[in-house]
Design a binder for this molecule. Structure first.
Ligand SMILES: [Zn+2]
Length: 482
């Protein structure tokens, strides 16, 4: 089996991701997925790395509604610009995104796109029928509030955070720059979602904004603090990834502003903290010519995947003062600092894709076993507890240990099958530590603890167990040092 199929199989079989959802009704709604118990644990861990990471860099978390009135999306530009161009087959009625049919399509005029389709003689991929007119289709989901107020589910968390600028500016006692972030659901009505968990219609975003004045962007203290950090950068038009020190990103013409480089560094640091294989991470610049008219720069953090090659899990955008100006105009509310609109530098993570890619990225096949090598503390299950046999009081002691550890860590208790099989079950989902209670445990009050990557086993006193596991998971101590 190919690695990507193995991950898919594992995800279904072991309760990471199920779907499309709801499975029992007509096989589910395309683009919607359920996160099973292990997947949800893993997603929470990814989310917590992001939450802790942003907080460590002094970003403050907020939470906003997922539904907003039409005016917001008029101001943000989503109502007019957030569209896919769709064509339908005249024969079989299948719908297609035209950018999926025409490589490198940049044309935005529906009539001209239709001409390209005719000229290139592009037919329906499934029945070879003739394709109809090209229609721009908005990707926002619409619903109704009250009797008849037309509202939209947010297509991103970011806009809802921008709207808080007046309140936030007061909260931060009119000191700028300041940073905030939001983790929450967003919705996009993809016309034909095809990439499974990689592209869904409902998803979780973690987006951080730095609100900053234009003149503050070129001199930024945290840029200097972290100047020695190496970033794997792929500049637009370049073929090779260069390791560049953060402090040299401006001098060497990779980026233009210290504050923006710092945001790229923050995002990269978070990805590193999740435990991705460093050789499979790159930071890629967008084509400057294809940026939105107001945007000044954009880089993506991409991870190498089996199924889709380099795949974006995070974007870092310099949005200039566009958003606050728009919302000030449309809402007739002041969103300025001494008559000047602050700029917004933004980091945007997609949590589901990040979690799934981490799962795939961490899967290891070797001669003996398939196992998942999560970084310490990232595995869905921290500790598995096995009584060697369910008799002679071994099970009783194992239950006591389980009940104790389960208060602090994510634990499972397993007493079925041989110890070897129980190890395999845990290896398969990346469980960091397995503890076995044997007859000696009853008298000498110690147990065997096994670490997943080395498969090494050592004896530890039951009294020291909680503290040792805590130190191991927090990377205060390495297993080989015990
Ligand atoms: Zn067709």
């Amino acid at each position: 089996m190919k690695v990507e199929d193995k991950v898919l199989d594992l995800a279904k079989r072991r309760g990471f991701v199920w779907g499309p959802s709801p499975n029992i009704y007509t096989g589910g709604l395309s683009g919607f997925y359920d996160w099973g118990p292990l997947g949800k644990l893993l997603k929470n861990k990814v989310e917590n790395v992001i939450r802790k990471g942003f907080s460590a860099f002094e970003f403050w978390e907020v939470e906003c509604p997922t539904i907003m009135p039409k005016e917001v999306w008029q101001a943000s530009g989503h109502l007019t610009n957030f569209v896919d161009y769709i064509t339908k087959c005249k024969k079989c009625n299948s719908s297609y995104r035209v950018d999926h049919l025409i490589d490198g399509l940049e044309e935005k005029d529906p009539e001209k796109i239709k001409k390209i389709i005719t000229h290139k003689n592009i037919k329906c991929p499934s029945c070879k029928g003739e394709l109809g007119n090209v229609v721009p289709t908005n990707l926002m989901m619409k619903t109704v509030v009250g009797l008849d107020q037309e509202v939209f589910l947010r297509p991103e968390t970011a806009t809802t955070t921008y709207l808080l600028f007046p309140e936030l500016y007061r909260f931060f006692r009119t000191k700028i720059p300041f940073g905030v972030f939001q983790i929450g659901k967003a919705y996009r009505n993809e016309i034909s979602p095809r990439q499974g968990v990689f592209r869904t219609r409902e998803f979780t975003q973690a987006e951080a904004q730095l609100f900053i004045m234009k003149e503050q962007e070129t001199q930024f203290s945290q840029f200097k603090e972290h100047s020695q950090k190496l970033l794997p950068l792929l500049k637009y038009g370049s073929e090779k990834i260069e390791k560049v020190k953060l402090g040299e990103t401006i001098k060497k013409n990779f980026m233009k502003k210290e504050a923006y480089s710092f945001m790229v560094y923050v995002a990269y640091q978070l990805v590193e903290n999740m435990g991705f294989d460093k050789s499979k991470i790159r930071i890629r610049q967008h084509n400057p010519a294809e940026l939105a008219f107001y945007a000044d720069d954009a880089w993506d953090i991409e991870v190498l995947t089996e199924r889709y090659g380099w795949f974006e899990i995070c974007g870092i955008h310099d949005r200039t003062d566009y958003d606050l100006k728009q919302h000030a105009t449309f809402s007739k509310t002041r969103m300025d600092v001494q008559n000047q609109s602050p700029n917004i530098l933004e980091i945007a993570f997609g949590l589901e894709r990040t979690t799934y890619v981490l799962l795939e990225n961490s899967l290891i096949e070797d001669k003996e076993r398939d196992w998942i090598h999560f970084q310490q503390g990232m595995a869905p299950i921290d500790v598995a507890i096995f009584p060697l046999m369910s008799k002679d009081g071994l099970d009783k002691l194992a239950k006591e240990i389980f009940n104790d550890l389960n208060k602090e860590f994510v634990c499972v208790y397993d007493d079925s099958g041989s110890i070897g099989r129980r190890y395999r079950r845990m290896d398969e989902v990346g469980t960091s530590f397995c503890i076995t209670i044997d007859h000696d445990s009853l008298t000498s009050k110690d147990i065997t603890i096994r670490e997943i990557s080395s498969m090494k086993q050592i004896r530890i006193k039951i009294d020291d167990l909680s503290e040792t596991i805590r130190d191991l998971l927090n990377k205060k101590v390495k297993f080989e040092e015990l």
